[in-house]
Write a protein that binds this ligand. Structure first.
Ligand code: C2O
Ligand code: CU
Length: 549
């Protein structure tokens, strides 16, 4: 394995989109930011220099970081933020991941402009489990806000009601032809007829599950979230925020221009309509001699916003490759079972000056609050008062009624910094149950740091503890780091707690993350040096109220 060094300089820069200019924080002057390219098992040192105006951290989404939560990144979970004018070097340790992942800021909504792709190539000896592609194309899907995102969000949180919609989505930073002042800069992908490309897609949008398709071209999905899947041929994909996909595309159509397009898949519909309904496009352009068409062809097979069944049908086709070269290992002797409800709630806030009420999100009716010193340091140093180890357990009997109508007791949530503590190597099953509290049911793309998990079951309505486990897929369940809990439905995941550390769980819709749909898992050390957390780095960004560093 190799060691790589990257410098990430964070600075404000002006960008013009949708006919207006704003300054935003980016890495190395680019949006999206630089690609990190490694081989399986490599280590990367990223020196992050914060030359911006506010605190931030960077997270390496989907990188398991064995025994090394110190460089995982979520602010106040595994570190305190890097202040303006200072820097921090992350040690990003790759292990079993292979395929596309990504990195992003993990402070407030800064990740809307601070993100980029990570490419993990297979080892030369093994290669890809499919014919070597002729080329590669990275597609990062993002959200664009005309105004300063963090100001807009701060205002929204202050009001305690709604978060703002983005003004458009982007493909590699560009809105595409359907927007004013945009068609000169539409992203173009040049292909050669007859060649096969590996398309690496990242959904970095802030609050949207997205449909994506390329006009007239089939997509063969071969990987997801840094693991290989059984190839599926499709004419569209649905990708949750946080997820990544590896897709083979053969340029086998008549020479010409074809739109690649994405639009929101909006599980909230038809109840709520105030979302970004823009169609973002880029152009797949064949090389060669031909008269360019007046207009590229638009993908006729791109599902519409409210099309729930296409999203469900697509997601259910994804299964682990589970081959001899890429075996899977689904835990079968579960020692810890957790039942976790995802809820939208009302809450009484303490905003520092006075109490007020507003909208919140919660897991098992606890809305997460960041501590002032990160959970990891507090855990490592045995400092009390920063979190409590009493994340509530819900009995599955409660699930008799949650999907449709959770009782009024759950309308108002409590705030807390409650973590779940696991013994090393426990085999864990979690059932996430979507609820309809506040009559606000929708998908929740739940993401786990430090691990990938197997998605062994999924369904609509209330989870049934008697019958549903009987039809779990323990043979080739997909391995992911982010899974959507379906609207008014449930999902069951399993993993073995073999990575000691402090690991964040949260909804990857940033509005829900800000409102508290988060919790933390502490996985204890295994008792030997090889099964215990590594030592902290010599320098950690200081926490403002902690003199103990
Ligand atoms: Cu991309 Cu905490 O996540
Ligand atoms: Cu959510």
């Amino acid at each position: 394995s190799h060691v790589h060094y990257y410098d990430f300089v964070l600075r404000e820069k002006n960008f013009t989109r949708l006919c207006s200019t704003k300054s935003m924080l980016v890495v190395n002057d680019s949006f999206p930011g630089p690609v990190i390219r490694v081989q399986k098992g490599d280590t990367v040192y990223v020196n992050v220099q914060n030359q911006g105006d506010y605190d931030l951290t960077i997270h390496w989404h989907g990188v398991h970081q064995p025994r090394n939560p110190w460089s995982d990144g979520p602010e106040y979970i595994t570190q305190c933020p890097i202040e303006p004018g200072s820097n921090f070097t992350y040690e990003v340790i790759f292990s079993d991941e292979e395929g596309t992942l990504w990195w992003h800021a993990h402070s407030d909504w800064t990740r809307s402009s601070v993100h980029g792709a990570i490419v993990v190539m297979p080892l030369n000896e093994t290669g890809f489990p499919f014919p070597e592609p002729d080329g590669e194309e990275i597609v990062v899907l993002g959200s664009w806000y005309k105004d300063d995102v963090n100001e807009v969000v701060a205002e929204a949180l202050e009001d305690g009601d709604d978060t703002p919609r983005s003004d458009c989505y982007t493909i590699n930073g560009q809105p595409g032809d359907f927007f004013a002042c945009s068609n000169d800069s539409t992203h173009r992908w040049e292909v050669e007829h007859g060649k096969t490309y590996l398309l690496r897609i990242v959904n970095a949008a802030m609050n949207a599950e997205l449909y994506f398709a390329i006009a007239e071209h089939n997509l063969t999905v071969v990987g997801m979230d840094g693991s290989y899947v059984k190839p599926i041929v499709t004419d569209f994909i649905m990708i949750c925020p946080g997820q990544t996909m590896d897709i083979l595309v053969t340029a086998d159509q008549p020479l010409g221009w074809y739109y690649m397009a994405a639009r929101q898949y909006d599980s909230v519909r038809p109840d709520v309509t105030d979302y970004d309904t823009s169609n973002v496009t880029a152009i797949l352009e064949y090389k060669g001699n031909y008269t360019p068409p007046a207009l590229p062809i638009f993908p006729s097979n791109l599902p519409t916003y409210e099309d729930l069944s296409s999203a469900v049908a697509f997601s259910s086709r994804i299964l682990s490759l589970a081959s001899t070269e890429h075996p899977i290992n689904v835990p079968k002797n579960i020692t810890t079972r957790m039942y976790i409800t995802t809820e939208m709630n009302n809450i009484e806030f303490d905003n520092g000056t006075d109490e007020r009420s507003g909208l919140a999100s919660s897991l098992n009716n606890v809305s997460w609050v960041n501590p002032s010193t990160d959970v990891l340091l507090a855990y490592y140093r045995n400092m009390s008062g920063f979190y409590t180890s009493d994340f509530p357990d819900y009995p599955p009997s409660l699930f008799d009624f949650v999907a449709e109508d959770l009782s009024d007791d759950y309308v108002t949530t409590v705030q807390g910094t409650k973590v779940k503590v696991l013994e090393y190597n426990e085999e864990v099953e979690i059932v996430f149950q979507g609820t309809n509290v506040l009559d606000a049911s929708e998908d929740h793309p739940m993401h786990m740091h430090g691990y990938s998990f197997y998605v062994v079951g999924k369904g609509f309505g209330n989870f049934d503890n008697e019958t549903d486990p009987q039809v779990y897929n323990l043979v080739d369940p997909p391995k992911m780091n982010t899974v959507s809990v379906p609207k008014k439905g449930w999902v069951a995941i399993r993993f073995k707690a073999s990575n000691p550390g402090v690991w964040f769980w949260h909804c990857h819709f940033d509005r829900h993350l800000s409102w508290g749909m988060n919790f933390v898992m502490i996985v204890k050390d295994g008792g030997t040096p090889e099964t215990s957390m590594r030592k902290p780095p010599a320098y950690l960004p200081p926490c403002s109220d902690s003199s103990t560093i």
